[in-house]
Design a protein around this ligand. Sequence first.
Ligand code: NDP
Ligand code: MG
Ligand code: MG
Length: 328
Amino acid sequence: TNEIYYDDDADVSHIEDKTVAVLGYGSQGHAHALNLQDSGVDVVVGLREGSSSREAASEEGLEVTNPVDAASRGDIVKMLVPDTVQPTVYEQIRDELDAGDTLQFAHGFNIHYGQIEPPEDVDVTMVAPKSPGHLVRRNYEKGEGTPGLLAIYQDATGEAKEEGLAYAKAIGCTRAGTIQTTFREETETDLFGEQAVLCGGVTDLVKAGFETLVDAGYSPEMAYFECLNELKLIVDLMYEGGHMEMWNSVSDTAEYGGLTRGEEVIDREGMEEILEGVQNGEFAREWISENQAHRPAYKQYRQAEQDHQIEEVGARLRDLFAWGEEQE
Ligand code: NDP
Ligand code: MG
Ligand code: MG
């Protein structure tokens, strides 16, 4: 099992004399930059000319410059532009990486699949919150933490780990716990999870359930509530107390039906194929060339999703009923 680190295992002083160049000021970028700044770490934000994020960063008292200048001043260069953009930004800033500097990521894709090949004399690490950026910031401001990951791909200085832990502490990740992993494990589990379970699996499960009911003549409104809206209530229970908390909260009929029938809808071989495509790099190659071609398939899939009946029904019902924040 992987090591887990907390505040007591980390010491921010390892990065107190360093400058962190945060490239990008989106979901993760703003959270890292602001949390580092509030933890007393020297931060410079690198954004391209005309970037829509420039003003927001300046308003928070952060120094903003271009990515090349930021990287040249940074001892730690944190890559927080979108993953598909990182190889291009890396080409611009690679000459600014001095021996002993750190190139740091929040996701392993570009290193693991060889899209970025850093020089041997820099540390290459990953400090990645397991959460969207706005929660990383919000939790930090409340004095709470966000679970995080730490991985060392290359340790040229011999100090990569204590520096990574210092960074994790400065953004609030060791308050909650930071798990040691590897670039490979993070990348492959992340891609598999979002494809098979979290994003792909769950939307397909919902659509298939919705379509099965609607095709059998049931009303789309009932199908929407049953297959999509109620999912949140079930997931909340699982999140709070695992599967048993959920089973304990639903009726015995729901529990027996679920336990005996759930397995039937899952295609384990399909899942294994998805994992293989992640492991052998087939998915990565497909996604890289899709981007090089300006995303023709992506646009089609997105449009089909947009046009699905469940979107129209959902939008209508969400307008008609008050739920969400107010209901909780
Ligand atoms: P975002 O999409 O939010 O990043 C947007 C930022 O990147 C903006 O500041 C944008 O500025 C800048 N940017 C976009 N295109 C370019 C470009 N061509 N050149 C220069 N800057 C550009 O990214 P995320 O925060 O979502 O992701 C950053 C990293 O964090 C990724 O590696 C991701 O995998 C990882 N991560 C993300 C999580 C999340 O929940 N979002 C969770 C954990 C990890 P501009 O105004 O110039 O476009
Ligand atoms: Mg992901
Ligand atoms: Mg993920």
